[in-house]
Design a binder for this molecule. Structure first.
Ligand code: NAD
Ligand code: GLY
Length: 348
């Protein structure tokens, strides 16, 4: 088992290891002063792991209730949030009780937001069951729900009390979801480590999950400890996301998030060559790893359409848009691009 301590406004440990799913009850005991536990999960994860987790927590002596909602991003909304907090209230949850977020990023974001706001904040633990949640969304305390016209429009920073990541749960993940998680894993390698890139090229991520998850969490830790509230260094985690988000939007979300991030990383690497920031070799290394993990690398949309979406949903800072640009594998930089110069940067 690997433990990674994160020191933020709320400090917590990320535990990564096979079999951890069956230790939740004991881990909750260690947190102290909990009597009731609400397990928040989606319909898919509930069928796979809900009963097992619930039994484990009951066996440790806690009263439990389950809040299960239909899987998918369309459930990450104010209506489901409201049902959840109403249920906590009906079941007389108090500030000393606990929420367990069992699932992917949708569960984690929604349950985390409910935890942050119910009675002005009750504790929650993240139990990620997707690769994306394990390497990204369960760490760092970003919580949110979507509004009709925008993702993550209502939310806050609220740190979990513990993250328990059991890589065995990823065995049931659909192939497409696994690949989407791999896009985020590859992002960390491009951001910070040639050695990690080589590890991922040598052996599939699925065959070295503990190493992969812990390496990514160690890297995310550096950004979130330096910049908990996302005003500076944390921006690096947007590598591939600015163009990627435009691709996702233009596809009406038929291109999945991880696929769009892969296209975004390929596209910004091509622009980096065009603008003299990275070499052809770095570009071909980036394309090679994305292709090896079955991720798309071609942007099907015209630059003008991408730019329109980028300008409509990203905050401009002093008239500039910040893009995260690879210089080499393991090293990226922030480039502030004026809106009138975006065409030189987008559409490759
Ligand atoms: P998700 O939670 O929708 O999970 C993807 C699918 O996998 C769902 O259908 C789910 O039911 C299923 N699933 C989950 N675990 C499974 C398992 N072990 N076996 C089989 N099926 C399983 O999606 P996601 O990709 O995990 O997360 C995406 C969400 O995360 C988005 O809402 C995004 O905004 C958010 N996000 C948040 C942060 C953050 O820092 N808070 C970071 C990145 C993404
Ligand atoms: N997923 C990006 C962040 O946590 O800031």
């Amino acid at each position: 088992m690997i433990n990674i301590d994160i020191k933020n406004s709320g400090s917590y440990t990320v535990k990564i290891g096979s079999g951890l799913l069956d230790t939740i009850g004991e881990e909750i005991k260690v947190l102290g002063k909990v009597s009731k536990v609400c397990i928040v999960t989606d319909s898919n994860v509930s069928d796979l792991y809900g009963g097992r987790v619930s039994e484990n927590i009951k066996a440790a002596g806690f009263d439990t209730c389950n809040f299960v909602f239909p899987f998918g991003e369309q459930s990450k909304n104010l209506n489901v949030y409201r049902d959840l907090v109403e249920m906590l209230c009906e079941n007389r949850f108090t500030r000393s009780d606990l929420i367990v977020a069992l699932g992917g990023g949708v569960v984690g974001d929604l349950a985390g937001f409910a935890a942050a706001t119910f009675q002005r904040g009750i504790r929650y633990i993240q139990v990620p069951t997707t690769l994306l949640a394990a390497v990204d969304s369960s760490v760092g305390g970003k919580t949110a729900v979507d509004l009709t016209n925008g993702k993550n429009q209502v939310g806050c920073f609220y740190q979990p009390s513990l993250v328990l990541c059991d890589p065995d749960t990823l065995a049931t993940l659909p192939e497409e979801q696994y690949r989407c998680g791999c896009a985020e894993v590859i992002k960390y390698a491009i951001l910070r480590s040639r050695e990690f890139y080589d590890d991922l090229m040598k052996l599939p991520a699925s065959e070295q999950l503990e190493h992969v998850i812990s390496t990514c969490v160690e890297m995310k830790k550096l950004y979130v400890q330096e910049d908990e509230f996302d005003t500076g260094a944390r921006m690096f985690l947007n590598l591939g996301h600015t163009i990627g988000h435009a691709v996702e939007t233009l596809s009406s979300y038929t291109t999945l998030h991880g696929q769009a991030v892969a296209i975004g990383m390929a596209s910004i690497a091509r622009s980096a060559v065009h603008n003299g920031i990275c070499s052809e070799k770095t570009l071909s290394d980036i394309l090679a790893i994305l292709e090896k993990y079955g991720l798309p690398t071609e942007n099907p949309y015209p630059a003008a359409d991408i730019i329109k979406v980028m300008l409509s949903d990203k905050k401009l800072i002093g008239g500039n848009l910040n893009l995260i640009v690879p210089e080499e594998i393991g090293k990226c930089k922030i480039v502030a691009v004026k809106t009138e110069e975006l065409e030189r940067w987008v559409g490759f």
